[in-house]
Design a protein around this ligand. Structure first.
Ligand SMILES: Nc1c(NC[C@H](O)[C@H](O)[C@H](O)CO)[nH]c(=O)[nH]c1=O
Ligand SMILES: CC(=O)[C@@H](O)COP(=O)(O)O
Length: 152
């Protein structure tokens, strides 16, 4: 039996980050967590693209897939429930948009977009008690890049 894991052939990987500035108090922490994780693997040549909100993430990601040569793309955002069903529409469409791009591109795209009931839950997942989703998503991206390199 031959097993493949994503541990960790990521030398010189070119990474793009697409981050939504909506709920910036949270998302800037996600970017920090992600960039600190990437720096642990000496990956400091990271491009960060800021979009207004999570809904704009799939479009910007699609643009990067068409115009840049990244080894992987990281999407970061924080969608926090309000009084209306706007939250549900954004979450569903952004998640399916990112997944569709994953399935049609030849590089991995990871999903670091928080979808929470309130700001407290989001902050907990941006570096407080429950870890940093940006760091977690960055590590997942590196594993996928490494795995891709092993099979290509
Ligand atoms: N309410 C949140 C939004 N809303 C904005 C949308 O993402 C989008 O920018 C707007 O509808 C214009 O197209 N975005 C978030 O990232 N987080 C939210 O909680
Ligand atoms: C996720 C959202 O779009 C949400 O924050 C908007 O709030 P509301 O539903 O109260 O308009």
């Amino acid at each position: 039996m031959k097993e493949f894991t994503g541990k960790f052939n990521v030398q010189s990987a070119e990474i793009g980050i697409v981050v939504a500035d909506f709920n910036e108090t949270v998302t800037k922490q996600l970017v920090q967590g992600a960039t600190e994780m990437l720096a642990k693997f000496d990956l400091e040549n990271v491009d960060v693209y800021h979009v207004p909100g999570a809904f704009e993430i799939p479009f910007m990601t699609k643009q990067l897939l068409a115009k840049k040569e990244y080894d992987g793309i990281l999407t970061l955002g924080a969608v926090i429930k309000g009084e209306t069903d706007h939250y549900d529409l954004i979450c569903q469409n952004v998640a399916s948009g990112v997944m569709n791009l994953n399935l049609t591109s030849n590089i991995p795209i990871t999903f670091g977009i928080l979808t929470t009931d309130n700001i407290e839950q989001a902050m907990q997942r941006a570096g407080l008690k429950v870890g940093n989703e940006g760091a977690i998503t960055a590590q997942s991206l590196l594993e996928m890049i490494s795995l891709s390199r092993q099979i290509n």
